[in-house]
Design a protein around this ligand. Structure first.
Ligand SMILES: *Cc1c(COP(=O)(O)O)cnc(C)c1O
Length: 397
């Protein structure tokens, strides 16, 4: 039985070709060369409209968007930024890049923020980045209520959450700023790229300048001139702009988002239902109010030792499905104990540690057919049975 290719991205819509040809012919690759309607500027207005946000700023990556958001909030050096302990290393890295200090809050076995730990660590923090890791949404009502009461701004790291909604609101529009990624493993693939959205004119004006809108290039952004005129020449230029070529690859994918969300969710739920029938595998329920847009599936191993968990991953691999256990794969960038660049020790974080030692990550692209999804589930079920054959009593010890 040959297994489906679970790694490759989808082809880029062919509409991108004519536009890329036009750009190659004219050589017009820099976003600020054309007086108006540069592909990057068009992407910004289309993305803002798509999300229902007032402003969008396209940049070189989601990490750049997070960094610029922290800088545009005006956070001073050594400001404390609360982030979940389950996220990608790029998130604490963006905080360190902005000369701030990441404070890690614990995460539960359902991959979502532990609200008691969040509430305990919020006092003394100057900003929060809610990282919707792998598209899992924490209780945004509770988080926003706590942050609004304490007057602490929230940045949403929605790198992997395009298309997810929380009680009907689009993820990325709930906090002060939302940041998205167009890196190849995300819902829209440009190789690299990112975008931030906000309704805050002063904040986006600062982010636009900081991103590299030198001299009067800010006039090519649809923001109130007063917001810009007041900050002319007062901010550093970090040059984190997006190229027109990236925008040309991204724009024709926007109409694909709804289909990718629908198919990705159907694939995820189809596989989750089968896995949940196994006594050794469990897929945490989404929170009530959350409508997900997954392109991968996460599940926890139940009743397995470290050795059995490793054997499970090997058994699945030998049948053609690559399983990554976040905390058991060497130097994993999503295991907080590997973030040795943190300026402050992160504390014990027992919920996150226990979860990472048993949480499995399997890519599940939206383009897989139902039959291919069933092949994947069968391999995972079989790998668990092979691993645990005759070992139920050992696991129970
Ligand atoms: C991919 C990812 C990032 C980083 O995005 P880049 O565009 O590669 O910088 C940040 N946070 C999360 C949750 C991600 O999945």
């Amino acid at each position: 039985m040959s297994m489906p290719n679970m790694h490759d991205a989808e082809a880029i819509p062919s509409a991108a070709r004519a536009e890329i040809d036009r750009l190659l012919t004219s050589g017009d690759l820099f976003r600020y060369t054309a007086p108006q309607d540069a592909p990057v500027a068009l992407l910004e207005s289309e993305f803002a409209e798509f999300m229902g946000a007032r402003f969008a700023l396209a940049v070189s990556s989601c990490s750049a968007a997070l960094f610029l958001s922290l800088k545009a909030l005006g956070l001073p050096r050594d400001a404390r930024v609360l982030i979940p302990a389950f996220t990608f290393a790029a998130v604490p890295s963006a905080v360190v890049h902005a000369e701030c200090i990441p404070v890690l809050c614990d995460v539960g076995e359902n991959y979502r923020i532990d609200l008691a730990d969040f509430e305990a660590k919020l006092p003394g923090c100057d900003a929060v980045i809610v990282s919707h890791m792998r598209g899992h949404t924490s209780d945004m009502d509770a988080i926003m209520a706590l942050c609004e009461a304490a007057n602490i701004p929230v940045i949403e790291d929605a790198a992997h959450s395009l298309g997810t909604t929380w009680r009907g609101r689009k993820i990325g529009t709930i906090g002060r700023v939302g940041c998205f990624s167009f890196q190849s493993y995300k819902l829209i693939n440009a190789g690299e790229g990112g975008i931030l959205i906000t309704d805050d004119a002063d904040l986006v004006a600062r982010a636009v300048i900081l991103s590299g809108a030198y001299e009067h290039n800010w006039k090519k952004h649809p923001v109130l001139a007063e917001a810009f005129a007041a900050i002319q020449n007062t901010l550093p230029l970090y040059n984190l702009r997006m190229s027109n070529l990236s925008a040309a690859v991204i724009r024709p994918q926007l109409p694909e988002v709804a289909r990718r969300v629908r198919d990705g969710l159907a694939n995820h739920n189809r596989v989750a239902e089968v896995l949940n029938d196994s006594p050794w595998l469990t897929v945490p329920e989404p929170l009530k109010g959350e409508d997900r847009a997954p392109d991968s599936i996460q599940f926890n191993l139940v009743g397995m030792t470290d050795a059995q968990a490793r054997a499970f991953a090997q058994n699945a691999q030998s049948m053609g499905v690559s399983v990554q256990i976040f905390g058991l794969s060497d130097d994993n960038a999503r295991a907080f104990w590997n973030w040795q660049f943190l300026p402050e020790a992160p504390g014990p974080l027992p919920g996150t540690r226990n979860m990472l030692m048993r949480a499995c990550d399997v890519r599940l692209p939206a383009r897989l057919s139902a039959a291919e999804c069933d092949q994947v589930s069968q391999v995972l079920i079989k790998a668990a049975i092979t691993t645990m054959a005759g070992q139920a009593s050992v696991a129970a010890e």
